[in-house]
Write a new protein. Structure first.
Length: 181
């Protein structure tokens, strides 16, 4: 079962690249939206199946959050290019920077047996959900040719950036506190 679960996770990474390529052409927008929905379903099911069948694996624990990050980053970069949006590009850069920083903090904490300092929080899961919702809004706007929705996507994108920075800040503070004790 864990092999199947890991394949679902790898599928999400593959779909990220495919969706990025579909954003090149207006003919690909609807398929991009559908594949993004499928990628979201794989995210749900790989976690659900791993818990249900107690098939949690180390590789799965590492790959799942990486697959989420790859999906989010491919899509934000693709949308920034497609919509010629410096806002999306800038916030995607913030998100990438935060992910690299938190990854470094997690590595530091793991090496020092202080992994609790960067354990995934509920707010971090909300952050990912808002990022995925934001991408959905943009993809829906492109697929349905409703450019007014892009403004709504921009609002959610800014909210996402604020939560992204805040969770990075929280992980940073917790890490420095863990090293004081």
């Amino acid at each position: 079962m864990s092999t199947f679960i890991n394949i679902l996770t790898l599928l999400r990474i593959f779909l990220a690249a495919v969706i990025f390529l579909l954003l090149i052409s207006p003919d690909g927008y609807l398929l991009a939206l559908i594949l993004f929905f499928i990628a979201g379903i794989t995210d749900y099911f790989d976690g659900y199946l791993a818990r249900k069948y107690n098939a949690v694996s180390q590789i799965g624990e590492v790959l799942d959050p990486i697959a989420d990050k790859i999906l989010v980053l491919f899509l934000f970069v693709g949308l920034a290019i497609n919509l010629s949006s410096y806002l999306i590009g800038f916030i995607a850069s913030i998100i990438i920077t935060r992910e690299i920083w938190v990854g470094a903090l997690r590595d530091l904490n793991a090496r020092n047996r202080k992994s609790d300092a960067t354990q995934v929080t509920f707010l971090a899961k909300i952050k990912t959900s808002i990022q995925l919702l934001t991408i959905s809004i943009y993809l829906f706007a492109l697929a349905m040719d409703q450019m007014l929705l892009v403004v709504i996507g921009d609002i959610f994108l800014v909210m996402s950036a604020i939560i992204t920075l805040y969770t990075g800040y929280i992980y940073t503070i917790k890490t420095f506190q863990a090293f004081k004790t």
